[in-house]
Design a protein around this ligand. Structure first.
Ligand code: A3P
Length: 307
């Protein structure tokens, strides 16, 4: 297993790509920032053993992964009780994630922000059900900004700093557009693979309808009343209360791997559609639209909803 032996950097610099940033299978390695052997980490995850009934929750960060993880738990376990652990416990690439996932009871809901090239390759042969969550890139970036603000102790950076860094593609993490493109490519290459795409904005608008669709995809019973209860239990307000109550703790290794200068993230911030309007200036918005349009010209299949 990969170990941690480097002093992490602090501030926004800790998230900006270095010349020496390792790549595997054509993608930069994203994950715990201070692994001694990031390439081995990717190999360990690619070789992770998949069970027949595993469900894979795949998303670009800040698109609503925690929300869907909780909903999926309730549907698979046929309960409206909250899952006792937090999503990070079974986040495959997190520090100690593989060992925790191996101990998990079936059916597992394994979540990851990794691209397919870095995910367990057995997912393909086993045709594991994949739940993909996506969100408009402007709100995603705003959510990222606050995520970084909560994670990094030296948080003297502005939204514009994060936006400029993202537009210049200088973060270690690949862009949301690249993530979505590789998702579409995976579908083209594996047309029979069961994948459901859940759109954050549609979930906000019609949560019960989306929960019903997800239940059908998972092939679990879910009448209207149950779906309504799940939607209510997993509303932003209720999930925020549950998570702030301290019932769901981050795994110890997850916290340790962040090292000095970093804290655990605050996930439940605002949970709305369109907060980007409070953050982008008119000219920033125009420039970001150009980037989105350019991604569209390259064949991006997702049509974003902004309000
Ligand atoms: P904001 O920062 O815009 O509030 P992820 O889980 O992928 O890290 O995504 C986090 C984003 O999802 C945050 O967005 C968070 O508030 C939002 N979120 C989490 N739970 C939610 C819920 N139950 N309903 C709506 N949004 C939720």
């Amino acid at each position: 297993m990969a170990t941690i032996d480097k002093e992490p950097e602090t501030g926004l610099a800790s998230l900006i790509r270095k010349e020496s940033c390792p790549e595997a299978y054509g993608w930069r390695v994203v994950g715990p920032t201070n692994l001694s052997d990031p390439l081995q980490h990717v190999e360990n995850i690619r070789g992770f053993k998949i069970r027949d009934d595993d469900v894979i929750l795949a998303a670009y960060p800040k698109c609503g992964t925690h929300w869907v993880w909780e909903i999926t738990h309730m549907l698979l376990r046929q309960t409206t009780d909250y899952e006792k652990r937090c999503k990070e416990q079974v986040m495959l690439e997190s520090n100690g994630g593989i060992a925790r996932c191996e101990k998990e009871e079936s059916p597992r809901i394994i979540n990851s922000h990794f691209v397919f090239a870095h995910l367990p390759q057995e997912i393909i042969a086993k045709k594991s059900k994949i739940i993909h969550v996506w969100r408009n890139p402007k709100d995603t970036l705003v959510s990222f900004y606050y995520h970084y603000k909560s994670v990094i102790v030296d948080s003297r950076f502005t939204f514009s700093d994060v936006l400029e860094t993202s537009m210049a593609d200088k973060f270690t993490i690949h862009t949301q557009f690249e993530y979505l493109q590789q998702m579409s490519k995976f579908e083209e290459d594996h047309p029979d693979h069961p994948i459901i795409h859940l759109c954050y904005e549609e979930m906000k608008k019609e949560p019960i309808k989306v929960i019903q669709e997800l239940a059908r995809f998972l092939k679990v019973p879910a009448d209207d009343e149950f779906c309504r209860k799940v939607a209510d239990a997993c509303s932003f307000e209720n999930m925020k209360v549950i998570n702030q109550s301290g019932q769901k703790m981050f795994p110890a290794e997850f916290s340790v791997s962040r090292g000095p200068g970093h804290k655990n993230p605050e996930i439940y911030r605002k949970g709305v559609v369109g907060d980007w309007k409070n953050h982008f200036t008119v000219s920033e918005n125009e420039r970001y639209d150009m980037i989105i349009n350019r991604a569209g010209e390259k064949g991006l299949k997702f049509k974003f909803i902004y309000q």
